[in-house]
Design a protein around this ligand. Structure first.
Ligand code: HEM
Length: 446
């Protein structure tokens, strides 16, 4: 290695710290540093100090006990062109007002109506898939389109037909999500400021989502109607910011979990058979899946929980330290970035028996001993507002799949599938494909 190369590498390391290693293999990086750790691990992601947290007491300290000492900071700034001042990115009174306004829309009774509409979308999709009996299906594309339509139905009480508008908003969501994943760990996101191809695609995707939301906002229903007090206080941009936030936070996370769930069912026919029996025993005579039934399917829910343990869609999320703190004996200086990592937390051998095995039964044996050991939806006041909705959607998806189809895995063993570590957890780049064959006799799901 020449002196020049060595100098360049030293300068690069001084400026970027662990960033290149993290960006090259984000999941491998957090596994290497986080599994086995029971205190924050000091890193340097760019010029600022950073800490990786993957132990229960660390999550508890940052998200609950001393939460006022942590805010949404530099990492969320990257999300602002898309989310504006929506609930994921906002801090202080604006966040409190949004969370308060949204609470009513996410209460069980209000959610039930949206969920009924989402179940109609699911039933329609089941019918469409059954019409292509025996087809090979790419799970990411199927789940992305489906969960986008389900989330629009559940939250905005709008029906996107499986055609142009559904496709346009799905494609826009994918482009925006991909851009955030690619740019997250760059020191500067030049695409935002320069007329690059990626920058243009990102801006066009935002414009497409804004256009559709403006349509929904003409006669706001569901979550959008609940935002009225916030619009009165903070102006009309609230509608755009909160709607895009809910769509993007709600569709890709649920879609990816749906991919892992379906693939797990394809790989484990005995699991699918157990779930099928549970669902068929409880389905009413008309065969319709209803919101109340989804709360009465313990084995199906246990699979959803286990899938979110092994494949937490929010595999990491971030805070910035607003004041000095001590976490599990480690000094955290004001200004440090905190990476909270459910992926590593959920694989700690000290917390989970056979952590890498898919064993839904562990969730039937009771909650984990430490309530901060399992956090697919985060914890504390900023925990996921869509947790109930996402769990219901995934439970319904599993119920629909096992009662309607025999699912055959075509992409190899589940354990060999390598997810992509982007802004959220992604399906493997090469895709996951299954064959869906209609069960005989076919059960009606709605
Ligand atoms: C499997 C699906 C999902 C997973 C794993 C997930 C995970 C999470 C996690 C871990 C957080 C907390 C992040 C933090 O503390 O910084 C969060 C926040 C949030 N999620 Fe979800 N989510 C899912 C689905 C949804 C859905 C369906 C919605 C629909 C509206 C949604 C909307 C939100 C919003 C608005 C926040 C910000 C809450 C706040 O800061 O007050 N999520 N999500």
């Amino acid at each position: 290695m020449s002196v020049l190369t060595r100098l360049r590498d030293t300068a690069r390391r001084a400026l970027l710290g662990d960033l290149p290693a993290f960006a090259a293999d984000p999941i491998g990086f957090v596994e290497h540093h986080g599994i086995g750790a029971n205190a924050p691990v000091a890193l340097r992601l760019g010029p600022k100090p950073a800490f990786l947290i993957s132990h229960p007491a660390g999550f508890q300290r940052v998200l609950v006990e001393n939460r006022d000492a942590y805010g949404k900071g530099a990492e969320q700034a990257r999300l602002r062109p898309l989310f504006g001042d929506g609930m994921v990115t906002a801090n202080g009174p604006r966040w409190e007002a949004a969370r308060q306004a949204a609470k009513a829309a996410f209460s069980q009774s209000r959610l039930n109506h949206g969920l009924e509409l989402a179940l109609c979308v699911l039933a329609q999709e089941a019918g469409r898939l059954a019409g292509n009996d025996g087809a090979e299906v790419d799970l990411h594309s199927l789940m992305g389109r489906l969960t986008m339509r389900m989330v629009v139905a559940a939250l905005f009480h709008e029906r996107l037909e499986n055609g142009d508008s559904a496709d346009a908003i799905y494609q826009a969501g994918c482009v925006a999500h991909r851009h955030l994943s690619l740019s997250m760990w760059r020191l500067v996101d030049l695409d935002l400021h320069l007329p690059t191809r990626q920058g243009r695609a990102f801006r066009a995707a935002i414009a497409e989502m804004e256009r559709q939301i403006a349509d929904f906002a003409q006669a706001p229903k569901g979550f959008l109607a609940a935002l009225h007090p916030l619009v009165a206080e903070y102006g009309p941009a609230v509608m755009r910011d909160e709607a895009i936030t809910a769509l993007v936070a709600g569709f890709e996370t649920t879609a990816t979990a749906g991919c892992w769930l379906a693939y797990a069912l394809a790989q484990r026919p005995e699991l699918a058979a157990g779930l099928r029996q549970e669902v068929e025993e409880r389905l009413p005579a008309d065969g319709e899946l209803r919101p109340a039934l989804l709360r009465d399917l313990p084995r199906t829910r246990a699979l959803v929980q286990e899938v979110l343990r092994l494949y937490p869609s929010a595999w990491w999320f971030a805070r910035t330290a607003l004041a000095d703190d001590i976490v599990s004996g480690v000094h955290i200086p004001k200004g440090a970035s905190i990476l909270l990592c459910p992926w590593a937390l959920h694989r700690q051998p000290s917390l989970w028996v056979a952590p890498l095995d898919l064993k839904p039964g562990r969730f039937l044996e009771g909650a984990p001993a430490d309530k901060f050991a399992y956090l697919p939806f985060g914890a504390g006041p900023r925990a996921c507002i869509g947790a109930q909705l996402a769990t219901a959607e995934l439970t319904a998806l599993a119920a629909m799949l096992v009662t309607t189809f025999d699912i055959q895995a075509l992409s190899g063993p589940l354990a060999a599938q390598v997810p992509e570590g982007g802004i959220t957890l992604g399906a493997p780049r090469a895709g996951m494909t299954v064959r869906l064959s209609v069960r005989q006799p076919m059960r009606k799901v709605a």
